[in-house]
Write a protein that binds this ligand. Structure first.
Ligand code: NI
Length: 172
């Protein structure tokens, strides 16, 4: 168990498509533990393996409210089987793009399939923040970030903002 360093955009490892997981062993358990530890340490609601430099199809998420018990999910080889036509909007942020939040539209309800730590298939329906988070983290496994959902002009503006803020961070 360890808290890992979170890679920042535009690190090239964040822009790659991650590989399917076929081996459900001790190494996978320790990777999942690192993801959970790093997510809670950073106060995030989700974290995908590429964000700690591992290009494998696994992410963790915990969208429970502060007044609820911790309820993290470990999601391996995720796929979306069905998405609602109705869209939902959330102000999204990302631990790999600190300081930036943007309103992003995504399908509101999704039906998903993934594998758990034992390789057993799990099916679930997610709504609200859980749905947004699942889609955001799945994007990470495909080398995609939430800013890729912005309109082109808006994306250019946000990228400029990211450059500016990373310069400031280096100085400070
Ligand atoms: Ni993210």
């Amino acid at each position: 168990m360890a808290v890992k360093k979170i890679l920042l955009y535009p690190d090239p490892l964040l822009l790659r498509t991650s590989a399917r997981i076929d081996t459900f062993d001790e190494d996978l358990i320790s990777l999942a533990e690192d993801l959970v530890d790093t997510m809670y340490d950073a106060d995030g609601v989700g974290l995908a393996a590429p964000q700690i430099g591992i290009n494998k199809r696994i992410f963790v998420m915990d969208c429970s409210r502060e007044d609820e018990d911790k309820d993290f999910k470990i999601v391996i080889n995720p796929e979306i089987e069905h998405e609602s036509e109705e869209l939902g909007s959330y102000k999204e942020g990302c631990l790999s793009i600190p300081g930036i939040t943007e309103e992003i539209l995504r399908p509101k309800v999704i039906k998903v399939v993934y594998q758990d730590m034992n390789g057993v298939l799990q099916r679930n329906i997610y709504d609200e923040l859980w749905s947004t988070c699942f889609q955001h983290e799945l994007d990470h496994l495909n080398g995609k970030l939430f800013i890729d959902h912005l309109r082109p002009m808006k994306k250019i503006l946000v990228k400029k903002k990211i450059k500016k803020s990373s310069k400031k961070e280096k100085k400070g």
